[in-house]
Design a protein around this ligand. Structure first.
Ligand code: GAL
Ligand code: MG
Length: 996
């Protein structure tokens, strides 16, 4: 007995029925088209077998629903949402899939006129997930799969003049699903465009154009292969640049083919920095098509890969198709906005992770200039889980399926100059099927490099690709004598999950230092959060929020762009870290060194805007616009700022902004490429007497100590050894004084530390015990000294703390805290999230101002994009609302801050700069919340002053914080002065320095 018969969608050998050979997508095509997007009739079923009888015939759809195409049905109320990173949602039993196989039948009527009938009619689906059958007027016209590639069917024989019925039946699960296990939401349906193409019978079928270079790298070589629909066909071709003819000719095809080869002397070359494009127009019969050509040459030279004979560095990002309402359906406008943003953020490369993107994306990359790794729609990660990773990868019966996915991608996309590497897929182990795919790709196109990270030994690939490689290993790769080794790319690194990644600078330095390392691609562009609008709340869902299990939760919230397209702080950091122009200061004078990290452009296109900035104002500025450094070279520049007399107690900075001189197609003249700030060693300290107020009075009970006069009232708890309140004129400004804190609401990049931090070291469960409490009254001041022991539940490590509070008659309260690290057992965390104090400010103090790094949040290992000055904001706006709540809004190097109610402010001046967090919630409620709207608003302003806060790292997937950014248990000290001032006086008061 045959136990189980393969269904059509359970047969890896059944690649398609009636699908046309894959071919290029023309840039322009004179063939007329009917766009079939829009409303379709829709019938959702739990399995294909439940299809109503005669569903493929016209007229059966009377009571069906309507659905818009393109869309994914899970986001239109059918089936269910589910997110996994690695896991398949059903037993591994290839090529079989569940009998419960969600199915959507789509139906549309299209009117075809007499003129159309004279030509061929092609039905083109740009993307359907995961497999589908097509019927035209009740007749089966084809079957296809591979979700992220187009399928074309010649339906000429099935159509008639007048009304025509198109029925498409889409299967959620197919044998193809085993090859589509990428880390993303499981989504189904006709999710890319559908169109009808009316092709002249004597027209062009395909045109492959390659813009190569001769050995001088100056002259272009155009090679084109034209395929016509007729065996013998006369035609013409022309090459144009900006609408001006360059060359051209006529051709006649034999057996439907012809080849053109032509030299283009002095061609304008294509690179990501100079995206020069030519247009090749091919006419045959009544048909005219255009493909764009970029002249450039990709080679391996001395074990590096080169573009136009230049070793290049990839500063890339991994890109998925994503929209918070539409899942994987994206519009051209959105794709364009993505590409523009990337260019504006100095990104020069994009990896299509992990499937071919919508065709239009490559047009944009050609036009705006991005190097692309085009990746086949292939990942079978779930097999790793069962410890038989190469199960189908090494099974020859799956060969055609593997080859098909690469070959169809190459055939569709090979005219795009932006593509410099073909990737055969992602996370699918290695085996014979990749060897076959590699061979097939090379046969089709040897002009590009072959990539596949899963080929760990780089047996068939041209580049050695790794992901999330730690710096130590990366250095080894960089240092290995790479003659005989292949160039390295990091196809993924810097996991942008939640707050982070930090530590990007170290990677960039490594890439720049070692020639073998040719850069990498940050993971990833988007947070894949699904917009959810409920009665009172708007938020973004991630895995598990739909009751989906198993799931990888918020592992899909790992992008540089928030779901609403707000660039995250990490994106600003990345922009600065990879900036192609680097400015450093030479010595302490006016000289700077400007390094050109462009691979092709001289610095002629940038200008340097310089400023001398105080905490607040620009006092001198200028612009240098005669930069000349060649690619990979540097030039010295003297900034012509004039000597000036330093004002009292004022910091001075030299700010340098590298700007675009002229408009480009992605940004206007003046666009900032890079910005750096150098503190100047120019300062004039003027100390003054602290003013005197009314005499201070001390009153005391058994547990309370009050020190005050008409202008200030400071209250302490003697038993708890705590500052309880700072008030002025009956208004309380501080409702709880400093207590030590070593905890932050853990970030995603703390995920491997979190368990120990919270459940072994109990860092969130800390307390202070009073050791001594004394005070002393002096002239115009009272000094309260409190000794405390700080520790966490059941821990032997902690701090011996000496708090000294000096209350001056003028109303100022100086806090001096010395912490001595103690360990009387053995157990202690390898590092702490922070060492600092937390205080409670009055809830009414919502206006924030600070002098320190900003404007956005910054951390010790992520502050390249921040500069020092006085910034104003509100307590709420100082935070970053991550889709999954976690520590945020920190500012480093803060010299003072104020929080005010519009009338008075609490000013806090540091003796030495500290880290600052201001928030309207506690760390505990931040840790608890699963969505921003769940964060409990506190009845006070939470104020954190940090002696140190550990960096962000990228450990959710990648490198931990580097050692220097880990806050080890250590002695610490901090000092600051609290005072209540009129809002208008805050900056003036902040500047004052006092004698004692
Ligand atoms: C990689 C994988 C990506 C993504 C990432 C983690 O291993 O290639 O698809 O899963 O890890 O976010
Ligand atoms: Mg994966």
């Amino acid at each position: 007995m045959i136990r189980r018969t393969k269904k059509r969608w359970e047969d890896q050998a059944q690649g398609h029925i009636g699908r046309r050979e894959a071919r290029t997508e023309f840039y322009k095509d004179s063939a007329s088209r009917i766009n079939l997007n829009g409303e379709w009739k829709f019938l959702y079923l739990e399995a294909p077998e439940l299809s109503p009888e005669g569903f493929m015939n016209k007229g059966t759809e009377t009571d069906w629903d309507m659905i818009d195409v393109p869309s994914v049905w899970q986001l239109r109320g059918y089936d269910r949402m589910h997110y996994t990173d690695v896991l398949y949602l059903f037993p591994i039993n290839p090529p079989f899939v569940p009998s419960e196989n969600p199915t959507g039948i789509y139906k549309k009527t299209v009117h075809i006129n007499r003129e159309w009938i004279q030509n061929d009619t092609i039905l083109k689906f740009h993307g359907v997930d995961s497999a589908f059958d097509v019927w035209i007027n009740g007749i089966h016209a084809g079957y296809s799969k591979v979700s992220r590639l187009p399928s074309e069917f010649d339906i000429t024989a099935y159509i008639q003049e007048g009304e025509n019925d198109i029925t498409v039946r889409v299967y959620k699960w197919s044998d193809g699903t085993y090859l589509e296990d990428q880390d993303m939401w499981w989504l189904s349906g006709i999710y890319r465009d559908v169109e009808l193409i009316n092709e002249p019978k004597d027209g062009v079928f395909d045109c492959t154009a390659d813009g190569d270079l001769d050995s001088s790298y100056k002259n272009g070589i155009l090679r084109a292969d034209i395929t016509t629909k007729q065996e013998i066909c006369d035609g013409t071709w022309k090459l144009e640049r900006d609408g001006k003819a360059v060359t051209g000719g006529t051709f006649q095809t034999k057996e439907g083919k012809t080849h053109i080869k032509e030299t283009i002397p002095g061609a304008e070359l294509w690179t990501a920095e100079t995206p020069n494009l030519y247009e090749l127009t091919v006419s045959a019969g009544k048909h005219e098509v255009v493909v764009r050509v970029g002249f450039r040459k990709i080679e391996i030279k001395d074990n590096n890969f080169t573009v136009n004979n230049q070793v290049i560095l990839l500063n890339g990002v991994n890109h998925h198709d994503f929209h918070p309402k539409e899942g994987r359906c994206v519009t051209q406008e959105q794709m364009k906005a993505d590409i523009l943003l990337m260019k504006q953020y100095n990104i020069n490369a994009l990896r299509c992770s992990h499937y071919p993107a919508n065709g239009y994306l490559y047009d944009l990359c050609d036009e705006y200039g991005l190097y692309v790794i085009d990746e086949a729609d292939l990942e079978c990660h779930g097999f790793e889980w069962v410890e038989r990773y190469d199960w189908i990868t090494n099974d020859p019966s799956w060969k055609e399926a593997y080859v098909d996915r690469s070959v169809r991608m190459v055939k569709r996309d090979r005219n795009h100059p932006c593509i410099i590497m073909w990737s055969m897929g992602n996370e699918s182990s290695f085996g014979c099927n990749f060897r076959s795919a590699a061979k097939a790709v090379k046969e089709l196109d040897a002009s590009r490099l072959l990539h596949y990270e899963g080929d760990y030994e780089a047996e068939v690939t041209d580049v050695y690709s790794t992901m999330y490689t730690r710096l130590k290993r990366l250095k080894e790769i960089g240092e290995s004598d790479f003659k005989g080794n292949k160039p390295h790319v990091m196809c993924e690194y810097g996991h942008a999950m939640g707050n982070g990644p930090g530590g990007l600078k170290a990677y960039q330095e490594m890439y720049r230092k070692y020639k073998r390392l040719q850069g990498g691609f940050l993971w990833e562009w988007y947070d894949h959060g699904i917009l959810t609008e409920e009665e009172n709340e708007t938020y973004y869902r991630y895995g598990g929020n739909y009751g989906d299990f198993p799931t990888n939760g918020n592992f899909c919230i790992d992008g540089l762009l928030m779901p609403d397209r707000t660039p995250s702080p990490a994106m600003l950091e990345y922009k600065q870290v990879i900036a192609p122009v680097e400015v450093t200061r030479i010595g302490a004078g006016r000289e700077i060194l400007v390094r050109n990290y462009y691979d092709f452009l001289t610095l002629g296109h940038v200008s340097l805007r310089w400023e001398i900035q105080t905490e607040e104002h620009i006092i001198q500025e200028g612009c240098i616009s005669h930069m000349t450094a060649l690619p990979h070279e540097a030039e010295k520049v003297t900034i012509p700022f004039l000597p000036f007399i330093a004002e009292a107690n004022t910091d001075y900075y030299l700010n340098i902004t590298v700007c675009q001189k002229q408009d480009t197609n992605f940004a206007k003249a003046g666009h900032e490429i890079s910005k750096v700030q150098f503190p100047l060693d120019i300062r004039c300290d003027v100390l003054e007497e602290r003013p005197k107020g009314e005499p201070l009075e001390v009153s005391e009970t058994a547990d309370i100590l009050k020190v005050g006069n008409g202008s200030v009232m400071v209250t302490f708890h003697k038993i708890f050894g705590k500052l309880l309140s700072v008030a002025a004129e009956d208004q309380e400004y501080l409702s709880e004084g400093p207590v030590v804190s070593v905890y932050r609401a853990t970030i995603d990049n703390d995920m491997y530390k979190k368990e120990d931090w919270l459940n072994k070291y109990f860092i969130q469960k800390s307390s202070e015990q009073t050791e001594y409490f004394t005070y002393e009254t002096g002239a115009d001041k009272v000094v309260v000294s409190i000794g405390k022991y700080f520790g966490c539940v059941n821990q032997s490590w902690g701090f011996e703390c000496d708090y000294e509070y000096t209350i001056y008659s003028c109303g100022q309260v100086k806090v001096n805290l010395q912490g001595k690290a103690i360990q009387r057992g053995k157990l202690e965390p390898s590092f702490l999230p922070r060492i600092g104090v937390v205080m409670k400010g009055n809830q009414s103090l919502q206006k924030a101002v600070w002098y320190g790094l900003g404007p956005g949040e910054n951390y010790s290992d992520s502050k390249a994009a921040s500069t020092r000055r006085i910034y104003s904001s509100s307590v709420d706006e100082m935070g970053t609302s991550y889709v999954f709540p976690q520590e945020n809004g920190h500012r480093e190097e803060v010299k003072w801050f104020g929080i005010g109610d519009g009338n008075k402010s609490l000013l806090c001046k540091m003796e030495a700069p500290l880290g600052l967090n201001l928030a309207n919630y506690t760390d505990e409620s931040l840790e608890e919340a699963k969505h921003p709207f769940q964060i409990q608003r506190a009845d006070h302003v939470e104020i954190h002053l940090d002696y140190l806060q550990s960096g962000l790292g990228s450990n959710s997937c990648g490198e931990e914080q580097m050692e220097e950014f880990k806050g080890k248990l250590q002695d610490f000290s901090m000092a600051f002065v609290l005072q209540v001032v009129d809002d208008g006086e805050i900056k003036k008061e902040a500047k004052k320095r006092y004698l004692d």
